[in-house]
Design a protein around this ligand. Structure first.
Ligand SMILES: [Zn+2]
Length: 133
């Protein structure tokens, strides 16, 4: 498709009015917040500039540093109780705990980040937060 032509929405695709729950749900499953059908990302964290299904400009919604903040908040609140439990249950050295905990923290952070970014974009869509252009 030539780049100078605007992407036309597919016939029959319904764009929803902005809603926080709709935006969160669609963002978490990494679909376009406007239609819920087009893929939001073209890679691990790369946002498709235009939804391939409805033509919504998804690049206008900022996620910037908030998605990593959300990810860190979730990972810490999920992992710290497990670390306390493991520390109280088994007698392990700090180095042994760190050898297990650090890779788990890293894997959980990398696994949750795209979902958190989708959720942040969905919330930005719901509240109409866009980049200043
Ligand atoms: Zn869409």
């Amino acid at each position: 498709m030539p780049l100078d032509q605007p992407l036309q929405p597919a016939i029959g695709v319904h764009r929803s009015p902005p809603n926080i729950l709709t935006g969160l749900r669609r963002g978490i499953v990494r679909t376009c917040p406007a239609c819920g059908q087009g893929e939001l990302f073209s890679g691990y964290l790369t946002v498709r500039p235009v939804c391939p299904t409805c033509g919504n400009d998804n690049e206008q919604y900022p996620s910037d540093d908030f998605a990593p903040y959300v990810t860190i908040f979730l990972v810490l609140h999920l992992m710290v109780p497990l670390l306390f439990f493991a520390d109280r249950t088994w007698d392990m050295s700090v180095w042994f705990e760190a050898a297990f905990a650090i890779p788990i923290f890293l894997a959980a952070t990398l696994a949750l980040l795209p979902f958190a970014k989708g959720a942040v974009i969905g919330v930005a869509w719901a509240f109409g937060v866009t980049r200043n252009r």
